[in-house]
Design a binder for this molecule. Structure first.
Ligand code: AMP
Ligand code: ZN
Length: 449
């Protein structure tokens, strides 16, 4: 059996750099020579002579110089830029060259539309297949894709990756847990792709059963991503579903899933650097941060020809963990996404990320897998209140009131110690909070704006 799906997985640092240089030149040629989009042409080549730029890139013989030049030439692209150029002003090819479009899952304003040529779809599929392979998926696996299809890239993107790898691929879509479980059993599924919030829900439905291995004898891998989740969630999903969970990362602006994934060591997400340039910046100043410091991830597509996006400010917060790995891959490893800069909320002057709350909550065995965060204005005190509703497992909900009061207090204290604000904890019955089929909405801000 091959050790890799694509030789690029095991490129040396030098090979990665040379590939980046070569591909950036190809992208610059497209941006400068196309007749359809002026966006980057204006931004980059209005003030820089094209031929000189290429000559300079070719001359860079080390990474520091190459990245410095890249940053000097290319300004950031923001979500706002993409919105202003909606729907297709970043497209660099003739219209009839495109074969697919997807949208980002934003909820406000114009969405972001991404267009793919046939070649772009092939490159993306191979990146996705490579990602699945790195997580241990093999052509003889049966792969159930339990995420929504449609505009969201987690449906077709994952699907085409699994098919390209050669798996029997079941387009189960999102929701309908009973049918999902029947498919898992009837087709001896070995790999699932699932959103963490939905995995936690399914875990509630089938988890903890003693005959898990009998029911799902082949199930072994969970590809889990598309929204932030904590190590505690990973542990719960692994235990309840009997799978090893691999964090899989991507976004529609960068094709979709397949930007990076964890390898068998589950020690951070390898981002495929032959296809993306990775930077971490201080979100306030835009300065590059040293490895190990938390900041905003900035990504550049190096292989998408129909609609390149350069130095895109993802708003995802993470840090660089390392540039090598016991698996032998030299593609940079980043920390699981800690949240988006716009997920953060401020209550009583304290900045809080939902994931900090999840980390604490899921450490309580009494709490089942669903919770909801509500920010409210208290009419009496005129202060902001942080109300957290947590579902309690049935066996604990039946406990006497004193036990429940005590649990409530312990959760309150644990959270206060972490986030420095004492929340109001409401214990609610299992299955009583709303469930979403796509990405979970857990924070509701009810304060007057
Ligand atoms: P979309 O617009 O639907 O492509 O969503 C992309 C966004 O989903 C990213 O920018 C991240 O905020 C989030 N996301 C995707 N994968 C992960 C992951 N593995 N962990 C955390 N967040 C993720
Ligand atoms: Zn690795």
């Amino acid at each position: 059996m091959n050790k890799f799906y694509d030789a690029a997985e095991f490129f040396t640092a030098e090979e990665i750099l040379n590939t980046q240089k070569r591909r950036l030149i190809e992208i610059f040629e497209i941006l400068n020579n196309n007749k359809f989009s002026n966006f980057y042409k204006q931004r980059i080549f209005q003030h820089n002579n094209f031929d000189e730029v290429l000559a300079k890139i070719r001359k860079c013989d080390n990474k520091t110089d190459f990245y410095a030049l890249f940053r000097q030439l290319v300004p950031f692209t923001t979500k706002q830029d993409l919105r202003e150029n909606y729907p297709d002003k970043l497209c660099c090819c003739e219209k009839n060259n495109y074969v697919r479009m997807h949208c980002s899952s934003g909820t406000t304003g114009n969405p972001t539309a991404i267009f793919y040529t046939k070649q772009d779809l092939d490159t993306w599929s191979r990146l996705m297949a490579r990602s699945l392979f790195a997580a241990g998926v093999r052509p003889d696996d049966v792969f159930q894709n339990m995420s929504g299809y449609g505009l969201f890239t987690g449906g077709l993107g994952i699907h085409q990756g699994a098919e390209t790898l050669g798996c029997l691929t079941i387009p189960a879509g999102a929701g309908n847990s009973k049918r999902q479980i029947k498919l898992l059993q009837d087709f001896s599924v070995s790999v699932i792709h699932i959103l963490p919030s939905y995995a936690l829900h399914i875990a509630d439905v089938i988890g903890g059963e003693e005959n898990l291995k009998q029911k799902f004898p082949n199930l072994r891998i969970g590809i889990v991503g598309a929204e932030p989740y904590t190590e505690e969630s990973r542990n719960r999903i692994q235990k309840a579903l009997g799978v090893k969970v691999f964090n899989n990362f991507g976004m529609s602006e960068m094709n979709g899933p397949g930007v990076g994934i964890e390898c068998e060591h589950q020690n951070g997400i390898h981002i495929w650097e032959d296809a993306y340039i990775v930077e971490i910046i201080d979100p306030k100043t835009g300065e590059i941060l040293p490895d190990g410091e938390i900041g905003e991830l900035v990504l550049t597509t190096l292989t998408r020809k129909g609609m390149p996006i350069l130095r895109y400010r993802t708003r995802d917060l993470t840090k660089i963990l390392g540039r090598d790995c016991p698996c032998g891959r030299n593609h940079v490893r980043i920390e699981r996404i800690l949240g988006r800069s716009d997920d953060m909320f401020i209550i009583r002057g304290v900045n809080i990320f939902p994931m900090q709350i999840e980390t604490i909550l899921l450490n309580f065995p009494e709490i089942s897998n669903n919770y909801l965060i509500q920010l409210e204005k208290n009419p009496q005190t005129n202060l902001d209140d942080l109300r957290i509703k947590v579902e309690i497992k049935n066996e604990f909900f039946a406990e006497n009131v004193r036990h429940l009061r005590n649990l409530q207090k312990r959760i309150e204290t644990a959270l206060r110690d972490e986030i420095l604000v004492r929340p109001i904890i409401e214990l609610v019955q299992h299955n009583s909070l709303p469930k979403t089929e796509g990405k979970a909405k857990r924070v509701f801000d009810l304060r007057e704006k």
